[in-house]
Design a protein around this ligand. Structure first.
Ligand code: DAH
Length: 343
């Protein structure tokens, strides 16, 4: 574009150079030089004003066109998929799909799904636990009053501000009881399993890990007794291990159950792989009991009408036994040779 008027031509030259360097191209339309040209119009002899004005308008249009064509907009940039596993901005390569063989589901997740499926088939539903919780749910609502010595058994990680990395999935009992207590009014049971990741300040060895998974279960209705508890757990374990098992309970103590039990199985040969134990060995597998009346009360359920059972089982241990894995620490190790055996 050539401008007749020398002044306009000069300003055009300056502004063309400037616009290419501007980050925000739009700013060129506010250039002081352009404003000065407009300001000059009334100072000119009347017969020159129209031509001069026309030229400035042309310059303004030119600049506007440059702004429009140079401004990066969604339509003149190549689309970027920030989740794509390749660099969309380099070359003209077509996206390459990563082989799904490079990844696999973590064995604990595969097993957790299989375990949940067994409980779904028994009529339970599932609620996942939290990975950050508080004192009320970790202790208070489970009938561990402040200063209760059993609090120390849980080697719990907590912040000074009172946030807790839950040491068991029992943290969810109070929430689940409250959430589903309407079931009881409708004449239906509360039947919930709670998978979750839990944390303990443990001394680590082949059978102790600081991070592991538990499956909590809680069942409440009228007329529930310890026989229901034992039948439920035996049915689950026999389905999971695909064989008949001898089981027994022995007395134990948890503040949130009364009575409380340790539930043990007599390990058949197939479940002793990698453990180096003797023939007739009883293995304590999990904690369980009849839900303490105070725990029901704290959730607003009347313990003189309803009773229930609950348990908490370590998933890692169940899986170790199923596959004869010799060290629980493999699960959190991120070792591919280990993980790929389950792919
Ligand atoms: N929360 C216990 C633990 O991690 C396990 C447990 C015991 C859970 C008894 C229960 C229960 O629900 O009734 O050691």
């Amino acid at each position: 574009m050539n401008y007749e008027n020398q002044k306009v031509a000069k300003v055009a030259e300056t502004l063309r150079q400037r616009v290419s360097k501007l980050k925000n191209k739009e700013d060129i339309l506010k250039a002081i030089e352009l404003k000065a040209l407009y300001a000059e119009i009334p100072t000119l002899p009347a017969e020159q004003r129209a031509d001069f004005g026309k030229e400035i308008n042309l310059l303004k249009r030119e600049l506007q066109e440059r702004v429009d064509s140079e401004q990066p907009t969604a339509s003149n940039l190549p689309p970027i998929d920030v989740t794509a596993p390749f660099d969309a901005n380099s070359g003209d390569k077509k996206p390459e799909l990563l082989s799904s063989q490079n990844g696999s589901k973590h064995p604990l997740m595969t097993e957790m799904d299989a375990i949940l499926d067994i409980f779904y088939r028994m009529g339970f539903n599932a609620v996942e636990s939290r990975q950050i919780d508080d004192d009320y749910h970790m202790f208070e609502s489970l009938n561990f009053p402040e200063g209760h010595p059993a609090r120390d058994d849980y080697d719990t990680f907590m912040t000074k501000e009172g946030l807790i990395a839950p040491a068991h999935t029992s943290t969810m009992q109070n929430r689940v009881l409250k959430k589903y207590k309407e079931n009881l009014e409708k004449g239906e049971p509360i039947a919930v399993v709670i998978p979750g990741r839990v944390f303990r300040n443990e001394d680590l060895d082949a059978t102790h890990e600081h991070t592991f998974y538990q499956l909590e279960g809680i069942y409440v209705d009228k007329g529930i007794n310890a026989g229901h508890l034992i039948a439920t757990l035996k049915t689950f374990l026999e389905e999971y291990y695909q064989q008949e098992l001898k089981v027994k309970t022995q007395p134990f103590y948890f503040p949130f159950t009364e009575p409380s039990f340790e539930f043990a199985i007599n390990r058949p040969e197939s479940l002793r792989k990698g453990t180096g134990t003797e023939d007739d060995d009883w293995l304590e597998l999990l904690g369980c009991g009849m839900v303490h009346p105070n725990v029901l009360k704290m959730a607003g359920i009347d313990p003189s009408i309803y009773t229930g059972f609950a348990w908490g089982v370590g998933i890692d241990r169940l899986v170790l036994m199923k596959y004869g894995i010799e060290d629980i620490r493999h699960f959190e190790s991120a070792k591919l040779e280990f993980l790929r055996q389950f792919a």
